[in-house]
Write a protein that binds this ligand. Sequence first.
Ligand SMILES: Nc1nc2c(ncn2[C@@H]2O[C@@H]3COP(=O)(O)O[C@H]4[C@@H](O)[C@H](n5cnc6c(=O)[nH]c(N)nc65)O[C@@H]4COP(=O)(O)O[C@H]3[C@H]2O)c(=O)[nH]1
Length: 529
Amino acid sequence: MRRWRVIVVAVLLALIGTTVPLAATLYMSWQMALAAQREQLGHAAELALARAGSIYADAATTLRSIAATDFEHCSPAHIALMRQFAIASLATRNIGYVNSGVLECDIWGITQQRIPREDDGRLQPDGLSLTVNDRPRYSEQRPSMVLRFGGYEVVVDQLRFFPSPSLQLAVIEIRAPGDIRLVTEDPGPEGTPIVAAEMRATPGEAPLASAARTARGWTVIAREPRLSLGEHMRNAQLLLLPLALFLAGLFAGLAIWLSRRRLSPRGELALAVRNREFLAHYQPIIELATGRCIGAEALVRWRRPDGSLVRPDLFIPLAEETGFIGPITDHVVERVVDDLGDLLRRDRRLHIAINLGAADISSGRILPVLEAALADTGIEPQQIWLEATERGFVDIEGARHTLAALRRRGHMTAIDDFGTGYSGLKYLQRLPVDALKIDKSFIDAVGTEAPTSHVTEHIIAMARELKLRIVAEGVETEAQAAYLRQRGVGFAQGWLFSRALPPEEFAAFCTRNRKTFGVPANVETLAAE
Ligand SMILES: Nc1nc2c(ncn2[C@@H]2O[C@@H]3COP(=O)(O)O[C@H]4[C@@H](O)[C@H](n5cnc6c(=O)[nH]c(N)nc65)O[C@@H]4COP(=O)(O)O[C@H]3[C@H]2O)c(=O)[nH]1
């Protein structure tokens, strides 16, 4: 995955991680608010139902009690008794006596008022007749409910059935037995009664939640307008917001962790290995006696997506540490075959030295890798040198086994950076190597007052003793080259001759080199020695 993709993924994760919990919180608080509202509405409906039942029972008892008396109708004593019953009843506002469609008297006296036919009311299962939303009679200005039985009528204020408007708790709709809808206000100018739902709901705003309760033919429906949901939601959000913030923080942290991990040196190297971002440059190796180019050392480069090249000493130690050195070595081997296969096939005297990581040597994994990479390429094994530093000799038995196997197959083996470790001699004697590369730090010291200035001489002597070929690294001056030539050092590489070059430039260097130095036909190549 490219770095920009890692950043995009991290940003997306952070965005999703923060918006999803917040959106989920909103949704859940909405659901919780609805549930809380329904519960509250159910409670309000139950209360209203109980209240309606007791008002009706009170009025019905009053009606049956007065009907059971035996007085001269509409006599002063009869009217006084009706008044007493009305006072004793909580629900009853008035009581009247009706005879042949005429209301003869009520608790206030003689009335002689004709009752329209349609006001006979609806017969209830308990034998009482019920009229609601009645046009005001009995001098009532409020919408009344009239219960009729045995010639008597009991008048109940319908508003008593509803909870106090000051509560503003819920819009309550009440239906009396027979599905008769009660009203809560005076009839309008046209005589149309206003029902509860129309009265309290904000115009154009449908209630979101409602609860209905039914008992003994009475139904109460409680509804709440949308606006009142806000409070429930705020309560729910207070509960859920900390959780949402925690989750959002968790996801944001995860995104940061992911991007850090991905963009850490280790993460970057893993990406580079996966994306095969490595290439090789080739530093010519020169035969000191003739100036002829006899090959090159392959030096890996990491080309980052922005085009910049990273030097190996900045990432090889990390690759060794993290186990990515194996795939990097494989990649370099592939590059050598692809980059220089033609050149190597054309000129059998050329060789390329490939650096091995410690794990490549101790485990021996390089053996099958090389075999597979070189198969059917026409490149001779002796054209591939393998260089190992002392780091690769920690497991000396494993190293010996691998180096010996490489030699058997015809490869040349070399100890790189010789002298920089503390036990160089031990390795020289015990390991099957063909060449020794003198580290640049010793070449730098040549001809100077530095304490290590004589070390090169000892290394050369030692290599002679063991009949090893010698390659000097980091030769920058003619004086250094002359010094080495004088002491019989066969080969050298360094900026005096050339820096590490891209493959095409290295091929061009080889061509120029031949022309410039005019390679004598009798000079043997290292590979052929
Ligand atoms: N100042 C100066 N420097 C010179 C001169 N001549 C050569 N050099 C540099 O010295 C290093 C020689 O490679 P090395 O000792 O094998 O040291 C190598 C080698 O140990 C390691 N390395 C390079 N490529 C690979 C690889 O493919 N695999 C492994 N495992 N290690 C590699 O990284 C080290 C550094 O490689 P580079 O940065 O390419 O640095 C190279 C080269 O560019 C000179 O005259 N003056």
